[in-house]
Design a protein around this ligand. Structure first.
Ligand SMILES: [Cu+2]
Length: 116
């Protein structure tokens, strides 16, 4: 069950807006993601090391298509949804792994606040 909806915009300045999102531990978040740029962008959720590894793979295989639950890849002008449950407190990263975008700073953080 979705407990929070967060609208995220992606654009060709290689930034997510917002790039810092705060949620509470245990929440199921629906990210409503919009690509307002003229390039393909995506939002991939994962740990920093997973994202870095994936970004390097994308440099080698730029046309790699994704069909995994932790990401949404969007053509220019398109919108999509990504639903993710934040089970542990701490920081979860997200990034766009289109070739060069991560390196240009297209990334953000979800801060997951622990239960009191
Ligand atoms: Cu991008």
């Amino acid at each position: 069950m979705v407990t929070r909806t967060v609208v995220v915009d992606m654009n060709d300045t290689m930034r997510f807006s917002p790039s810092t999102i705060t949620v509470k531990q245990g929440e199921v978040v629906r990210f409503v993601v919009k690509n307002s740029g003229k390039l393909k962008h995506e939002m991939v959720i994962g740990s920093a090391s997973e994202l870095k590894e994936h970004a390097q793979m994308m440099m080698k295989f730029p046309e790699m298509e994704h069909a995994e639950a932790n990401q949404v890849t969007l053509a220019p002008g398109m919108s999509g949804n990504l639903v993710w449950q934040f089970d542990s407190a701490g920081k979860v990263e997200f990034a766009c792994l289109q070739p060069g975008h991560f390196e240009a700073g297209m990334k953000g953080i979800v801060a997951v606040e622990g239960k009191m």
